[in-house]
Design a protein around this ligand. Structure first.
Ligand SMILES: Nc1ccn([C@@H]2O[C@H](COP(=O)(O)OP(=O)(O)OP(=O)(O)O)[C@@H](O)[C@H]2O)c(=O)n1
Ligand SMILES: C[C@](O)(CO)[C@H](O)COP(=O)(O)O
Length: 230
């Protein structure tokens, strides 16, 4: 079974609000995107597709992929306005039987989790890594707190999200034939559930696999990367 990873790096990083795009911000003199490419290159994934903004394709090719010799990268394609548009753009370039979709913002991804995602996808066809929330969580109603939710019923969703390619491709094709913009799609599991009526298997994720989203996350990312156990 051939596997293809789509690494998403076409976001605008609004919540990160830095001069440099979040995916290219440097940690230990290497861009954030480098770390996901390194982990996937060292995993059993067969090939990698990078999705980035049209204007950044040359930079990614010359200054990251060629410079660091990420030979598994088969294509660099341009993304879209929303995360799901970027995923769809990447899916068109996928040739593997299994497809892993990963946010490059999750730079602390490790090889063990990537390989386990592939193994579990062979069994369950659709897999996402999750961790349990550590805080008390409430619904809110404007400025007032509503009900506190039983956190044992909740989980925090990570990437890579992994699927049989035919499953995720056909789900996205169906989605684009609907009024998808009103659906509030924030991840790929939602797409296969809604448009292929598939149950997604939840597997154990990794608390270190955080999504660098706001500026303070970069401090945490540096600590994990420095500790060298990602
Ligand atoms: N149109 C988009 C939006 C997001 N992403 C990617 O999807 C991942 C998860 O998105 P997030 O962390 O929310 O990044 P941004 O969309 O860049 O951040 P923000 O929402 O704060 O603008 C990131 O690796 C980002 O580069 C993408 O490829 N294309
Ligand atoms: C896909 C995701 O990483 C799951 O937690 C997340 O939803 C992506 O971030 P966004 O802020 O929703 O774009």
């Amino acid at each position: 079974m051939k596997s293809t990873a789509i690494i998403l790096a076409a976001g605008s990083g609004k919540r990160f609000s830095s001069d440099k795009k979040k995916q290219f911000v440097e940690l230990f003199e290497k861009p954030l995107l480098y770390y996901s490419l390194k982990a996937f290159s060292e995993s059993k994934v067969d090939e990698i597709i990078v999705v980035t903004s049209k204007d950044d394709i040359d930079f990614v090719r010359e200054d990251i992929v060629k410079k660091y010799e990420f030979f598994k990268v088969k294509d660099i394609v341009s993304g879209g306005n929303e995360r799901y548009d970027s995923v769809y753009s990447g899916l068109k370039a996928v040739s593997g039987d299994i497809c892993l979709i990963h946010d490059c913002a999750r730079a602390m991804i490790n090889v063990e989790l990537i390989n386990r995602c592939i193994d579990e996808t062979l069994k369950y066809r659709a897999v996402v890594p999750v961790v349990a929330p550590k805080d008390t969580i409430r619904l809110r109603d404007g400025e007032f707190g509503g009900e506190t939710i039983d956190r044992s019923t909740l989980c925090i969703i990570q990437t890579p999200q992994c699927f049989y390619t035919e499953l995720i491709k056909s789900a996205f094709e169906k989605m684009y034939k609907t009024d998808y913009k009103s659906l509030g799609i924030t991840d790929d599991a939602m797409v296969v559930e809604k448009f292929n009526d598939t149950k997604v298997r939840l597997i154990e994720g990794d608390y270190k696999n955080i999504k660098v989203t706001t500026p303070e996350d970069i401090v945490i990312a540096k600590m994990f990367l420095d500790a060298g156990n990602c």
